[in-house]
Write a protein that binds this ligand. Structure first.
Ligand code: ZN
Length: 370
């Protein structure tokens, strides 16, 4: 593992989740990649790309057949759009991509217990894969999390600790536990982003090994955007695709620290000073840990960041439902963000855009029509 801030290096260790300097760690060496011609005979799961997933024994991975989510075509005016149904995973959110790889890696390193903090979906994913791996699991979550998500975490047998205050208070609360138990963090641990990058592989494979022009994703801590950046970069570097997409981040106007930094051209993302409650609870992060990497990914791909209002989030849920798709409000930020990117000229005529739908509507039932 390598620290991008101070260049310190560390051997893989289940207890190591960040650098001594406090920064997040990444892998020191690029991952190998699969050969496209080997894929035809493989199962349609994320493990078809196992060479790229840094797991020594992929046949023994902690898996529930996750991956290869449907790309559903849609149109907005003259624009060609695909919805990537990344809520069609065993626990109902894209977080299973990261949880499957992270829990598999921690088990290979000998861990028999994990702690994690989450606004809900990552907690459910880590709790599910920990249950499948036979690991003890403790999840810290904000006390305002949707009841359905909290029940989902509990039903997997995880111990749930509720924390008052904002999402950042939950992150602070888990750190003491992380001194004695491996921290299966979807934000700090680079194995999680290694799993999430499979969304880029799937999008490219489903388009005949082509990158779309744009990908829109909800951004809280930014793990899906970082996974997209990593996956599409690897495909391009190995010559499997000949371009990478513009990465477009969607945030709730009520909590949008990445948008604030992007709009003023800052290199660092400060704590969002005045967060208000939002329907998009899964991305209500006031101080994202890897926010600088998220900004860099947006800038390097000539992408952009947009915010959407609470009314637009609710409208987004209804608009997708009219096409037969039921998502949680967090996912629906991509709908109005699409319109905003068109207005701004970021999405151009003739572009192919993929919007990632990250979490099932069943996760937050009652929030929009209540
Ligand atoms: Zn460091």
């Amino acid at each position: 593992m390598l620290c991008g801030e101070c260049n310190s290096r560390f051997a893989p260790d289940p207890m190591r989740y960040r650098c001594e300097c406090g920064a997040a760690l990444d892998f020191a060496n690029p991952a190998p990649l699969f050969a496209v011609e080997d894929l035809a005979s493989r199962p349609t799961t994320i493990w078809r790309y196992h060479e790229a997933l840094r797991i020594a024994q992929p046949d023994d991975a902690v898996s529930m057949g996750e991956g290869m989510t449907p790309p559903v075509p849609s149109r907005v005016g003259d624009h060609d759009l695909r919805f990537k149904l990344d809520f069609t995973f065993p626990t109902g959110s894209y977080k299973d991509r990261g949880a499957a790889v992270l829990i598999s890696a921690l088990r290979e390193m000998g861990a028999d217990a994990v702690v994690e903090d989450s606004s809900g979906n990552a907690g459910a994913a880590i709790a599910a894969y920990a249950a499948r791996a036979g690991m003890r699991c403790v999840i810290y979550a904000p006390s305002g999390t949707s009841p359905a998500k909290l029940e989902q975490i509990r039903v997997f047998g995880a111990e749930l600790r509720l924390v008052d205050g904002d999402r950042h208070a939950t992150t602070e609360a888990v750190l003491e536990a992380a001194e004695t138990t491996p921290y299966a963090s979807h934000n700090w641990n680079p194995y999680f982003i290694t799993g999430v990058k499979t969304v880029a592989f799937e999008i490219a494979e489903q388009l005949g090994w082509r990158a779309p022009d744009n990908v829109i994703a909800p951004v809280g801590f930014g793990s899906i955007l970082l996974g997209l950046r990593l996956g599409f970069s690897e495909l391009r570097r190995h010559g499997i695709t000949d371009s990478t997409p513009r990465l477009l981040a969607a945030q709730a106007a009520h909590c949008c620290p990445v948008h604030v930094a992007w709009r003023v051209g800052a290199d660092v993302v400060g704590r969002f000073a005045d967060p208000r409650p939002t329907l998009a609870e899964g991305i209500a992060s006031t101080r994202p840990i890897r926010a600088r990497q998220v900004l860099t990914a947006v800038r390097q791909t000539e992408g952009a960041v947009a915010t959407v209002t609470e009314d637009e989030i609710a409208d987004g849920v209804r608009a997708l439902a009219r096409e037969g798709i039921y998502v949680e409000p967090t996912s629906a930020v991509v709908v109005s963000a699409f319109d905003r990117f068109v207005e701004q000229g970021v999405i151009r005529d003739g572009d192919l855009t993929v919007s990632i739908l990250t979490g099932s509507g069943l996760k937050a039932a009652g929030k929009v029509l209540a």
